[in-house]
Design a protein around this ligand. Structure first.
Ligand code: FAD
Length: 293
């Protein structure tokens, strides 16, 4: 079964995300983390890909461990700084490991690119190009989307037009960038419908469990931080346990509101922290079970 079949068959699907380690010594421990997450029965676990980095091969290894433990894996793949040969080898490796679901991404522009460097040696300059290749290779393909607009896109309207190209290239489902104000997602979903984009959308929830995360997340995603979340960070900045509890409660509240409003997919950016995933799941498992029964 591919992820698109799971998304079509469930009223609410739930997924987690892990990222590969920078060094091989940590690979086994991340695989263990991924296996701990499978015990929480998500519909799938996605594994990120270090664009242009040295740890790219670990994505498929971790995805394989997840599948060996009975949970679907979604392997991320980026086209930035990859040659056609690199992409061909990665695809071959994924097929050998029987990974059939891939999140097709462009990747961020590398900060350390030399002047004049061709950062798209395969000629693939957008995720839609990679999507076409992966569809030809028979994968179920996911894509990224941005409720508040991708930082480079200039306008939200243009971003949606570009997203439509990606969906027309064959993307089966979308996962959103993190957002902290659910109204941003609702208005985005409305704009998707108006643009004729009808593929399933998983809402990306990032639990903020450390106050310093907020500025990093804003840099990364440009997300609007509501006053309520800023107050939590200000109040509990120096109390790690209280901050964690409040961050889990905030993420839980977002998820309950999303499900109550009919959103059918929740993707939790679990950040290699099974304890946070566990706490959130224990807050929402009856809710999800009731909807899916
Ligand atoms: P694209 O869809 O190619 O879009 C990039 C920009 O180009 C946008 O501004 C878009 O509007 C514009 N655009 C798209 N198509 C066209 C077109 N045909 N003509 C003109 N403009 C166009 N990064 C990693 O390195 N590894 C990961 O594992 C990873 N996982 C992610 C998972 C999710 C759910 C998300 C939301 C992001 C992830 N990222 C990851 C970050 C992502 O690589 C960056 O956000 C990147 O800047 C854009 O990638 P994309 O796939 O959305 O690109």
């Amino acid at each position: 079964m591919q992820i698109i079949d799971i998304l079509k068959s469930k009223k609410v699907a739930l997924s987690f995300e892990v990222f590969p380690p920078k060094k091989i010594e940590a690979l086994e421990s991340i695989k263990k983390t991924a296996v701990e997450l499978t015990a929480l029965n998500p519909d799938f676990i996605s594994v990120t890909f270090g664009a242009g980095g040295t740890t790219q091969g670990y994505t498929a290894d971790i995805a394989q461990s997840i599948e060996e433990n009975g949970t679907k894996a979604l392997a991320h793949l980026t086209c930035v700084r990859s040659t056609n040969e690199d992409l061909h080898n990665i695809i071959k490796n994924l097929k050998e490991k029987k990974i059939s679901n891939v999140l097709a991404l462009r990747g961020d522009f590398p900060k350390n690119a030399a002047e004049g460097e061709n950062i798209f040696p395969s000629g693939m300059t957008h995720a839609s190009d990679l999507t076409s290749l992966l569809k030809k290779e028979g994968f179920c393909v996911g894509g990224a989307c941005y409720p508040e607009g991708h930082p480079e896109s200039g306008s939200r309207e243009l971003d949606i037009e570009n997203l439509k190209h990606k969906v027309d290239a064959g993307v089966d489902f979308l996962t959103t960038q993190m957002f902290f104000d659910n109204d941003m997602l609702y208005s985005f979903l409305y704009r998707l419908q108006s643009a004729g984009i009808h593929v399933p959308v998983l809402a990306g929830i990032m639990p903020i469990t450390n106050a310093n995360q907020v500025s990093r997340m804003v840099d990364l995603s440009n997300a609007y931080i509501p006053r309520k979340l800023l107050a939590i960070c200000d109040r509990f900045r120096n109390s790690p346990q209280a901050m964690m509890q409040a961050g889990i409660a905030y993420a839980t509240d977002q998820i309950i509101d999303l499900i109550s409003n009919g959103v059918r997919g929740i993707h939790i950016y679990t950040m290699n922290k099974p304890e946070i995933a566990k706490a959130i799941i224990s807050n929402v498992n009856e809710i999800i079970k009731t909807i899916n029964d």
